[in-house]
Design a protein around this ligand. Structure first.
Ligand code: F6R
Length: 608
């Protein structure tokens, strides 16, 4: 995830900014840059790769003089990770420099407008429109130019801006992307994350959505988006650097679990235009998705589980047959694919060796390959014909959480899009389903809030030797992921079973006190699931029910309950998995496991 730092004071800005960037390295990034005002000129230096490359170019910042500046670590979203796309971006006349986190959803329209007015673009980023808008609106008043600029932006932003005509003042603004102001003595800061600031100051101001701030060494003025002065309280941070990196959470995994409502929103919102789903950011030709006879999805691990959920959704709505394959099997089984098959590969890292091999196999057989990927510039994003990014931000914990939920979210969007394009649903139904998808970020937050009992459930069950997860339809797909989360971080054996399949053999393993986690969120199949629960209870199992308000009749059949908010059943996989991730997390915590780096596992499996 990109990181931002800004400084104004009396000290050497570049050294402070580079120190701040180093503290943000944990967030993951692929390039870095810095811009400082000196002698009424903006001096900007950028470097792809690690911060050490920026340090080498600037002699650890010593070669850049000045006491006011902005800096950035970029995690590529729009455009490859290279020097040109790294931030800051400067206006053509080098009057303004800007750093930005977030996504400007309407950047294509804005870019066209600015190109027509003669502005030259030097990068592929969405961010660059901001700096040209500032220049366009500038009439000797920095504040007015910024207000007019942010009024044109749709999407999310945390912005830091400097202007060479204002050598003592920097501006910061935020909407749907975190930004804080650090309060010092005769110096002030802004940053995307307290980690960048805690060694310099513990006094911070959390500005609110839509606010912007005018910051000099002795004053901080905060305004609402209409330009009215507003008061925001100063807060004292109690975290040390390590706690700050994890946002105050004990582990990256828990931080990433909690980030999911925002990550899911980032996957959805840029793809909704006037209530309709659009993948224009992926340049997918419409005729590619119209009249497809078959879809083949291939992936590994959790991404494969996302594919399993996708199969239910796409087949149900778009009525296109979907095969789901483990990439390690697909590549060696001479899959039957041709030009009329759309192959979808799913990968958080974009570097998984088996998925890359499956993608190559598909292309050799003449299929078009659409990749659903998180990491921009990764091998899969380069090899695929089309890419839909999940925009989850970097995942640091080895066990995926937000990577998986954003993959399923993209599949929700794709299922409605395919259904409409192939005339399997009418426009009205597409609008209704799209608005259901837009509710998912809120439902994800509710799934977290509804379940404060999870740490207690984890304490109760952390000594189990083995568990089963059962469910039907998309509930079964979620079982696969819930079970994997538990085994990979807590080392407790667990198996996911389609609830109706258990009786065909595996039920022999159900005995006294065995814990069965039963997912009962599909009302249509509830009675069937109740029968399956009775089968395991009759053999002495304890049952942890995962239910919605519509499935409460299952409560008497269970020993404990996890609650899932009611949403569109077909899309509920995204939300349902979150309490199961939390359950796995707390079980592992009770068992003293190394949660962020489980034994024998790597974040990116680049070997066969
Ligand atoms: C599990 C997990 C793995 C990955 C799998 C594929 O928590 O993270 O199962 O899902 O290794 O990785 P990507 O998605 O990077 O291709």
């Amino acid at each position: 995830m990109c990181g931002i730092v800004g400084y104004v004071g009396n000290e050497h800005a570049a050294s402070i900014l580079i120190e701040g960037l180093k503290k943000l390295e944990y967030r993951g990034y692929d390039s870095a840059g810095i811009a400082v005002i000196n002698n009424k000129e903006i001096n900007m230096i950028k470097a792809s790769g690690k911060i050490k490359n920026l340090c080498e170019k600037t002699d650890d910042g010593k070669s850049i003089s000045g006491t006011i500046g902005i800096a950035h670590t970029r995690w590529a979203t729009h455009g490859a990770p290279n020097d040109a796309n790294a931030h800051p971006h400067v206006s053509n006349n080098k009057k303004f420099a800007v750093v930005h986190n977030g996504i400007i959803e309407n950047y294509m329209e804005l870019k066209k407008e600015l190109l027509d007015k003669g502005y030259k673009f030097n990068s592929e980023t969405d961010t660059e429109v901001i700096v040209h808008l500032l220049d366009m609106y500038y009439d000797k008043d920095f504040k007015i130019a910024l207000m007019k600029t942010i009024s044109r932006l749709e999407g999310s932003y945390a912005l830091g801006v400097i202007c060479k005509d204002y050598p003592d003042t920097m501006f910061a603004a935020m909407l749907n992307s975190p930004l804080i102001i650090g309060v010092g003595v005769c110096e002030n800061y802004f940053a995307s994350d307290v980690t960048a600031l805690v060694q310099r100051t513990k006094n911070v101001i959390y500005i609110e959505e839509g606010d912007f701030a005018e910051i000099s060494s002795n004053t901080i003025l905060i305004y609402s988006n209409t330009g009215e002065p507003v008061t925001r309280e100063k807060t004292r941070i109690v975290w040390d650097v390590e706690a700050a990196e994890k946002g105050g959470y004990e582990h990256f995994m828990l931080k990433e679990i909690m980030e999911q409502p925002r990550a899911i929103k980032s996957a959805i919102e840029p793809r909704i235009k006037k209530g309709c789903i659009s993948f224009e950011d992926s340049n997918i030709p419409t005729d590619l998705l119209e009249g497809i006879s078959r879809i083949s999805i291939t992936a590994c691990g959790s991404a494969y589980h996302a594919a399993c959920a996708g199969k239910y959704m796409i087949e149900e709505l778009a009525r296109i047959p979907v095969d789901v394959d483990l990439a390690s099997e697909f590549r060696y089984r001479r899959p039957i694919i041709d030009k009329s098959t759309l192959v979808i590969v799913i990968s958080q890292s974009g570097e998984t060796a088996d998925t890359i091999a499956a993608l190559k196999e598909a292309k050799e057989n003449g299929a078009s390959v659409l990749a659903i990927v998180n990491v921009v510039g990764s091998a899969i994003s380069k090899l695929a014909d089309y890419v839909i990014y999940t925009w989850a931000g970097p995942e640091i914990a080895v066990a995926t959480t937000k990577g998986y939920t954003t993959q399923v979210t993209v599949l929700c969007l794709l299922s409605v899009y395919l259904a409409e394009k192939n005339k399997k649903i009418d426009a009205e139904t597409a609008l209704r389903l799209t608005s259901e998808i837009q509710k998912i970020p809120q439902l994800a937050q509710r799934a977290i809030d509804l379940n404060p009992q999870i740490p207690y459930l984890a304490k109760k069950y952390h000594n189990e030797r083995s568990m089963f997860f059962i469910g039907r339809n998309t509930d079964y797909a979620v079982c696969l992921e819930g079970s994997l989360k538990l085994k990979e971080i807590s080392y407790i054996h667990s198996e996911a079973y389609a609830a109706g399949e258990l009786k065909h053999g595996t039920i022999a393993l159900i005995d006294n006190d065995r814990l069965v986690v039963a997912l009962a969120c599909n009302d249509r199949l509830l009675d069937k699931l109740i029968s399956n629960i009775r089968e395991v209870k009759a053999r002495g199992a304890k049952v942890l029910g995962v239910i919605t308000e519509r499935s409460t009749k299952i409560i008497p059949e269970t020993d404990d309950i996890i609650y899932i908010p009611v949403g569109e059943t077909l899309f509920n996989a995204v939300v349902q998995v979150i309490p199961l991730q939390m359950f796995a997390y707390y079980v592992a915590l009770h068992n003293g496991c190394d949660i962020d780096k489980p034994k024998n596992l790597a974040k990116s499996v680049t070997v066969e």
